[in-house]
Write a protein that binds this ligand. Structure first.
Ligand code: ASP
Length: 330
């Protein structure tokens, strides 16, 4: 348990995507790498909250650490579009003010979640896309990198596999810089793998953030649920904070994050019932796959997914840190 230094209670949950995550699908090294990565991130975000920091700072810190880790489909390590590019989407929401920021179709921003936060706090808008978003980033001193920064061999191979199956042409392979990618970590968890965080801070405020490269082989400027407030991300102090991962096309149609929050606003259900109603029932009935993490104003954390597994972790001022990959983990 992280030290609380006399503050009121706080809670944090993170996810690193949902998909085909089963014991038989991962080697011991792969499993250990994911557990270590999730452990590092939950520790980092938890330290912000334990020191009395804001929920917004904790979710931004957690998500931006995962954006830098090539294990996850966000920032470096993002999946490729059918044209062989990395196009990044992210969102963040402040439960205290209902302010929100989102970005989509970025190709040069190292930490899309930080740009989403700058959009929320300093643009006067909620959502900026593509070149315009990157122009705004330049006025804000947000870190820019070459598009090749995001390249990983593993994601390129997933793209080749996907395009071959579809019978679509394979674009020329971009030359990426050397990453700290470990070859043994080539694990194809399907097309999922977004990252997200939800937090309650010691001042009683909630926040949520989500960041993704989207889905392998996406075309025509496709944008999923992750940067859409109410679909892949939502936070309201009077309800809960939610971050989603899964088939964006289904999460958008069900307004998954906002629907869970609406259930909590009615105050007739527990957080676990609210997330299960939307994921296990509505999402499954529509044929969508994925999962969510959520935190309530009283610090309760719940997650729900209808895939084999979800990379996830939780920590709080009054409970042990829990890291999970498979359905059999708690
Ligand atoms: N929700 C993301 C999207 O549709 C993908 C994912 O979570 O894996 O872009």
């Amino acid at each position: 348990m992280l030290e609380t230094r006399g503050y009121r209670k706080w809670s944090l949950a993170i996810h690193g995507g949902a998909g085909v995550i089963a014991r038989k699908a991962l080697t011991i090294d792969q499993e250990a790498a994911y557990r270590a990565a999730l452990g590092k991130v939950i520790e980092l975000g938890g330290a912000v909250l334990a020191a009395g920091g804001q929920a917004l700072d904790a979710v931004e810190a957690a998500v931006s650490a995962m954006e830098d880790d090539p294990l996850f489909n966000a920032g470096r390590g993002a999946v490729f579009t059918a044209e062989g590019r990395n196009e990044l989407d992210a969102s963040i929401m402040d439960g205290k003010t209902l302010m929100a920021g989102a970005v989509a179709g970025l190709t040069r921003i190292r930490h899309p979640v930080s740009l989403a936060r700058a959009v929320m706090e300093r643009s006067g808008h909620v959502m900026l896309i593509g070149e315009g978003a990157e122009r705004f980033a330049r006025t804000q001193g947000i870190e820019e990198v070459e598009p090749s920064f995001f390249f990983t061999e593993r994601r390129w191979r997933s793209l080749e596999k996907y395009l071959t199956k579809k019978g679509w042409p394979i674009p020329q392979k971009p030359v990426g810089p050397k990453t700290n990618e470990r070859p043994y970590l080539v694990h194809d968890e399907g097309k999922l793998g977004t990252v997200g965080a939800v937090a309650l801070d010691a001042q009683g405020h909630l926040a949520a953030a989500t960041s993704t490269g989207g889905t392998t082989g996406k075309r025509f400027g496709r944008v999923g649920d992750s940067p859409l407030i109410g679909a892949g991300c939502y936070a309201a102090d009077g309800a809960c904070a939610v971050s989603c991962t899964g088939d964006g096309e289904y999460f958008i149609r069900l307004s998954v994050a906002r629907t869970i929050a609406a259930r909590m606003e009615m105050r007739v259900t527990s957080l676990k019932n609210a997330v299960d109603a939307v994921v296990q029932h509505a999402l499954t009935a529509l044929g969508g796959e994925g999962g969510v993490i959520a935190v309530a104003p009283d610090g309760q954390i719940a997650w729900s997914y209808n895939t084999e597994g979800m990379y996830r972790a939780r920590a709080s001022s009054d409970g042990p840190t829990v890291i999970g990959l498979y359905a059999s983990d708690s």
